[in-house]
Design a binder for this molecule. Structure first.
Ligand SMILES: Cc1ncc(CO)c(N)n1
Length: 227
């Protein structure tokens, strides 16, 4: 019991695992190009199309978290966030695709590429097959890394209005509030976990954090299916 009380907040332990990935994301040319406005439209378009595919499955993953959540309030919070992910996906389709001279139908018709498929498959397998703590750890980087990246980029924003708009979405106080709530829940859940359960959850968290870096990198490289 005493050992449990001494263990650090779970979110601190998790962030320590993700910190190198977060630094790598901030140093990635996709993020650099977003802030200085030099990111080629083609790379941004790749991101927007894949992200709309991603968010559809992410919404389902959040709905599974809702189904497994411990309290009524947590069920409601994840169900709200699932709705929020669908709204974000539709906004991506609508506003961003229109600004890129395309439309929702065109985006939906484009293939789900390898990194998107790998990330969403891992997420869905973990939330369906794992405990609530594992599910939470798997979906957490999507919230937390975007909130941290958004917050960091908001200071400099971007000379490109389209990229500035993207940055504003995630740097926005409303999104920061949503993320703080999930982090509070993570610390609450973390207190009840054994060391082995913390380790398992941390592994999911590290894996999906890496997928976050890979997601930007795939857009930057213009990833395609090799065959
Ligand atoms: C890949 C990815 N991760 C996180 C977010 C934040 O919701 C997003 N929109 N897309």
């Amino acid at each position: 019991m005493a050992a449990e009380q001494q263990s650090p907040p779970f979110t601190r332990q998790l962030w320590a695992a993700a910190e190198p990935v977060y630094e790598a994301i901030l140093g990635h040319p996709f993020i650099g190009g977003l802030t200085d406005g030099t990111l080629p439209r083609q790379a941004f378009r790749h991101f927007v199309v894949q992200d709309s595919h991603y968010l559809r499955d992410y919404a389902r993953a959040l709905a599974v978290c809702a189904a497994k959540a411990p309290t009524e309030q947590d069920v409601r919070a994840f169900a709200d966030d699932a709705v929020g992910a669908i709204a974000a996906e539709q906004e991506m389709h609508g506003e961003f695709m229109a600004a890129l001279g395309s439309d929702a139908d065109q985006a939906a018709a484009e293939p789900v590429l390898p990194t998107t498929r790998a990330y969403t498959s891992y997420l869905l397998a973990t939330v369906y097959g794992g405990s609530f703590a594992e599910a939470l750890a798997a979906v957490l980087p999507c919230y937390w890394i975007y909130a941290r990246v958004g917050e960091r980029l908001l200071a400099s924003s971007s000379p490109d209005p389209l990229y500035a708009r993207w940055i504003a979405t995630y740097g926005d106080e409303a999104f920061q509030t949503v993320v703080r709530r999930v982090l509070d829940l993570t610390d609450r859940i973390g207190e009840e976990l054994s060391e082995a359960e913390r380790r398992r959850a941390t592994e999911h968290f590290t894996t999906t954090s890496r997928y976050e870096w890979m997601f930007w990198d795939a857009a930057w490289r213009g990833e395609t299916w090799p065959v």
